[in-house]
Design a protein around this ligand. Structure first.
Ligand code: HEC
Ligand code: HEC
Ligand code: HEC
Ligand code: HEC
Length: 305
């Protein structure tokens, strides 16, 4: 970028010329820094603030855990966590997992690639340890303090005294039954399948960008259509494929959702249309932060429809 600054002082003395140049450079640097800082502000959306999200079970009025003020404890523990959940994609995991058998997604069009597609794998297993409604919210390995005693109770709309409070109890008559997906996942967006790159042309653009080297190294690969410059700069905002099966690009719950996010509702990641006319057409970054699927751009970040 070329920044031209014109001096309003027409007559500069000789001695002052160098000083002027110097201060021009400083001013130019200052302007460039400001522009870069502004650009960072504009293109950096991730606001992970789990304390102020519905995932803070200690303050969420629908749950209101007592006996702890901790936030992370319902999902992570600093010591003795399960590192095998999702090959570590759900790090230092503190929850017992569901043992449910699921009814998985199917359809005549479903290209269903991968190992037993639809059977929850990877990081989805971590989400379902609350969202299938079969595991109590306080079914943890480590509790706060000395660790092994369950001191947690719930005082939201459903007072729980027997430590079995779970999503099904709330949805039995609760104010917001939807977060309980249940064990029938056939009516939910499919998960835990490999992106069917060889059989389904609607994914040719995202497939062209899958970073197999990252997946092979057990890292997530960003998902985007157009140019790489349309990706959100903060990788926590990027839709991603998980290596649920070694080296393969799998769609999981956390491909679309970020469990710590609270910029918008629904814990959604940001669509990969940054700086495009599609983004502008739905009202730009501020509109997409309020509703990250505005104009269905989240769906369109994967599906060429
Ligand atoms: C409701 C469950 C839940 C709560 C509460 C939660 N996390 Fe997580 N966290 C997850 C899941 C699931 C993942 C893996 C998903 C992913 O890849 O983003 C994760 C991933 C992480 C990661 C690794 C990914 C990264 O972005 O670096 C860190 C670090 C982390 N959590 C820290 C925390 C801390 C600290 C807290 C409390 C302040 C917390 N989490 C609260 C569920 C939770
Ligand atoms: C992160 C990528 C991604 C995002 C975002 C995404 N999808 Fe999908 N979707 C897929 C993949 C991969 C499949 C599996 C297609 C297959 O195997 O045939 C799929 C399957 C589907 C199917 C079933 C297709 C069939 O053949 O039965 C529908 C319908 C669908 N998606 C709609 C949506 C909608 C609506 C949204 C937005 C709310 C959305 N998707 C967001 C990747 C994505
Ligand atoms: C510790 C249990 C727990 C885990 C683990 C968990 N959630 Fe949640 N989730 C909740 C609770 C509790 C709510 C809020 C329910 C309510 O207030 O109605 C919620 C709400 C949500 C919502 C709805 C937000 C809204 O505004 O309506 C989404 C989306 C969600 N979770 C996705 C996920 C995903 C994806 C994962 C895994 C990456 C996950 N959750 C892991 C307990 C959990
Ligand atoms: C392909 C992207 C995608 C995947 C994969 C996905 N979701 Fe979602 N989910 C969404 C979108 C988009 C919404 C917002 C729908 C809306 O606001 O109407 C949503 C909404 C939700 C809600 C809130 C429902 C409501 O109406 O309050 C929950 C809970 C949820 N998802 C949990 C999960 C869990 C758990 C998984 C994995 C088993 C999962 N999601 C997988 C895209 C996805």
């Amino acid at each position: 970028m070329k920044v031209i600054l014109k001096s309003r002082h027409a007559n500069i003395q000789k001695g002052g010329e160098n000083k002027m140049k110097y201060s021009r450079i400083i001013l130019t640097l200052g302007v460039v820094t400001f522009v870069l800082a502004a650009a960072t502000l504009i293109t950096s959306w991730a606001a992970e603030d789990v304390r102020n999200s519905k995932h803070n079970l200690s303050t969420n009025p629908d749950i209101l855990a007592t006996g702890t003020t901790e936030v992370c404890v319902f999902c992570h523990t600093p010591h003795g966590g399960d590192t095998t959940v999702a090959g570590g994609a759900a790090p230092l995991w503190n929850r017992n997992l569901s043992t449910a058998t699921y009814t998985v997604y199917t359809s005549p069009n479903f290209d269903a690639a991968g190992t037993t597609p639809g059977t929850p794998k990877g990081v989805s297993v971590a989400c379902l340890s609350c969202h299938d409604g079969t595991v109590a919210f306080d079914s943890l390995f480590n509790f706060g303090g000395s660790g092994s005693t369950d001191t947690i109770n719930f005082t939201g709309p459903y007072v729980d005294t027997d430590n079995t409070f779970k999503e099904t109890d709330r949805s039995a008559g609760g104010p917001s039954p939807y977060p309980n997906l249940g064990t029938n996942l056939s009516n939910d967006h499919p998960i835990s399948m490999e992106i069917p790159c060889t059989t389904d042309p609607q994914f040719s653009e995202i497939c062209g960008h899958i970073d197999t080297a990252l997946l092979t190294a057990n890292k997530v690969s960003p998902i985007y259509r157009g140019a790489v410059s349309t990706l959100p700069t903060d990788k926590r905002d990027q839709l991603r494929a998980y290596p649920s099966v070694a080296g393969k690009a799998y769609i999981e719950c956390a491909s679309c959702h970020n469990p710590h996010e609270n910029t918008s509702t629904r814990f959604l990641r940001y669509p990969s249309f940054v700086g495009t006319s599609d983004e502008a057409a739905v009202g730009g970054a501020s509109a997409l932060n309020a509703d990250r699927n505005a104009g269905s751009l989240l769906c369109l970040s994967c599906h060429q429809k």
